[in-house]
Design a binder for this molecule. Structure first.
Ligand SMILES: [Zn+2]
Length: 157
């Protein structure tokens, strides 16, 4: 198969992946990330198969701002995040040959105070420093749905 869209797992997300969809705009889907190294980490995925930030249309950029504004307000109100760390890395796509990159951004909320969920406290030990790229997921699986619902409930209109 030579069609990149059919080989792109991000163009063909499973129902299991899609269950963590927080909201979408015209051009972006926003998911709670699998890897919860920082509680509330989300991913913004371009709905169009697109390889790099420089490939975005002006309309997609404008729409990205809407998505960024909405998720930042959500993370700040729901988790009391003091700031958000944004990254657009794309490295793992290049482990395969040929690579099939699909543009997405990561957002990690950073919280001075521990996040409280279902009676569990999740401290951000690296607060005010670069996020730890090797940090493993810290979220207890039984807290994932509570976190998802909590974020959903704090999405601004
Ligand atoms: Zn794709």
């Amino acid at each position: 198969m030579h069609d990149p869209l059919s080989r792109c797992s991000w163009c063909n997300l499973s129902d299991r992946d899609r269950q963590w969809l927080l909201f979408e705009t015209e051009s972006w889907s926003v998911f709670l990330a699998d890897e919860q190294d920082y509680i509330g980490r989300c991913m913004l995925v371009c709905k169009r198969h697109c390889a790099a930030l420089s490939d975005l249309t002006t309309q997609e950029w404008t729409d990205l701002k809407q998505a960024v504004d909405r998720i930042e307000v959500c993370l700040k109100t729901a988790l009391h995040a003091d700031l958000c760390n944004w990254s657009c890395l794309m490295n793992s796509f290049y482990k395969s040959d040929p690579p099939v990159p699909h543009l997405h951004l990561h957002v990690r909320p950073r919280c001075k105070q521990p996040v409280l969920l279902n009676g569990s406290a999740y401290p951000d030990a690296e607060f005010a420093h670069h996020y730890d790229p090797k940090k493993k997921s810290v979220l207890r699986e039984e807290d994932r749905m509570a976190l998802f619902k909590h974020l959903k409930a704090h999405l601004p209109l």
